[in-house]
Design a protein. Structure first.
Length: 166
């Protein structure tokens, strides 16, 4: 199943929403890892803006997961096993490992961009669909658009920090 294809069933929609949950977990875990490494390094005083960015990213990802879980509950559909969804997310959206980036901000930018792309693709696939879902379509699209917009704002915030003069 490609996300570029229209969403054709509640089951497929649930699967895609589960992918979003896993993607949010990846972003949250990576931001937490970087935050902990910054605050535990006694040699360097962490940049307060970077600390705030990572802290906000963790909280935002947790909030996004809750919103996606609520949509899945509203669909009352059979879910796909977590390990299968995790593999799909890693294959499509999280190929890079945190240690493959030179610094925290590049890794955070990668996560924010991946999440933005996922939600943008998902919204396009829903909008191209002729399926009537067992969830209020307007609520679904509004929720996903708000999450996508949060990710776009995250990309802008990370980019602004990266281009800031020292």
């Amino acid at each position: 199943m490609g996300i570029a294809n229209p969403v054709s069933s509640d089951h497929q929609l649930v699967r895609l929403l589960q992918m979003g949950i896993v993607l949010e977990e990846v972003v949250e875990v990576r931001a937490s890892k970087h935050y902990e490494s910054l605050v535990s390094n006694d040699d360097v005083e962490p940049d307060p803006a970077v600390r705030a960015l990572l802290s906000n990213a963790r909280e935002e990802s947790a909030g996004h997961r809750r919103r996606l879980e609520e949509l899945i509950e509203e669909l009352d559909a059979e879910t796909v096993p977590f390990d299968r969804i995790q593999g799909l997310v890693e294959q499509r959206y999280t190929r890079a490992h945190p240690d493959s980036f030179d610094d925290v901000l590049y890794d955070q930018l990668h996560g924010e961009e991946s999440a933005y792309k996922f939600y943008d693709d998902l919204l396009a696939a829903i909008e191209d669909s002729e399926t009537t879902f067992d969830v209020d379509q307007e609520h679904l699209v509004t929720t996903l658009a708000e999450i996508r917009d949060d990710e776009a704002a995250g990309v802008e915030e990370v980019t602004a920090l990266m281009t800031e003069e020292p």
